[in-house]
Design a binder for this molecule. Sequence first.
Ligand code: AMP
Length: 304
Amino acid sequence: MSVLVVGSIALDDIKTPLEEHRELLGGSASYGCVAASFYSPVNLVGIVGEDFPNEHVELFKRRDVDLAGLQIAPGKTFRWSGEYMWDLNIRETRSVELNVFEHFTPALPEAYRDTPIVLLANIAPDLQHHVLDQVRIPRFVIADTMDLWINIARRRLVELLARVHLLILNDGEARQLTGETSLIKAARKLRDMGPQYVAVKKGEHGCLLFGEDGQFFSCPAYPLEDIHDPTGAGDTFAGGLAGYLARDGAEVEFSALRRAVVHGSVLASYNVEAFSLERLKTVTSTQIAERYEMFRRLSQFDAG
Ligand code: AMP
C-alpha cells in the first residue's frame, strides 16, 4: 500500500547553540515523505517556488517519491527560521515566510485519490481538510499539527479531529488543546473529539500511544549521545509510522500501531543526528532494523 503525504516543503535557517546553517531542506512533508519512503511507496502533495534547488527534488526522486502532486509555482519557497536553546527541547521561531504557500490550493492527481494511508503532516488545517476532501475512501488518516494552528485555527483543527484515525501531537500541544495538565486526561479528551488513537510525543523522552478501552503503549526514546538538530523529528516520526502501516498492509490494529510508533521513533532518532535530512540520506535498512531491535531490548524486563 502507499502513503499520501501532504505538508510543507521548506528552506530552513537553523541555529543551535553550536552551529548555524542556512537554506537547508526542511518542511513537514519533506521529512515525512522521505521517512515513509523507507517502508512504502509515497505520493507527495506540496508546493515549492522556482528557487527550490534541484538537488532536493533529486533526493525525493532517489527515494522513489511520486512527485505528480508537487507544484512548482512562480515565487519563492516557504521559508522558516528557528533557533534552539541549550535545552534542545526549547525552540524559538525567528521568522516565517509563507511565499508560494500563501496561494496554495492542492489539487490531487487522479492516481493519488485512492491512496489508502493519508498523512496530513503539519500545515494549516484548512489545507489538511482540502486534501482529505479529495481522497475517496481513505483507510487510515493520520494528522499532525503544531501550536500555531491551535492558536489561530482551533475551530478548523477541531473539525479535522472528527475526520482522522490517529492524531499526533507533542505534550505541550496536547495540554494546550485540551486545557488538561495530565497527558492521560488530555488524550482521553482528544479521543472524545474524534480520533480513535492519539500519539503524544515527549521530545527526547519518548512517546505515549492511546487507543480504545484503555489501550496504552509507552515507547522509550533512544538514548542518543549527540543530537545535532532536532528539526523535523516529529515529521520524521509521523512519516516512518505512516510508511510502516502502509507496508504492513493489514487493517490497522493497536499491535501494528505499537510497532509503527517504534519505527517512527527509530527514524526520528537517526534524523536528529545531523542537520536537515542529511542523516536520512544515508541511513540504511539494516541500520533501521538494528535500532528497532535496540528499542525492543530497551523496553524488555523480567517478571522478577
Ligand atoms: P518540527 O521540528 O517537527 O516541528 O518540524 C520542523 C519543520 O516544520 C521545519 O522544517 C519547518 O520548515 C516546518 N514548519 C515550521 N513552521 C511551519 C508552519 N507554520 N507550517 C508548516 N510547516 C512549518
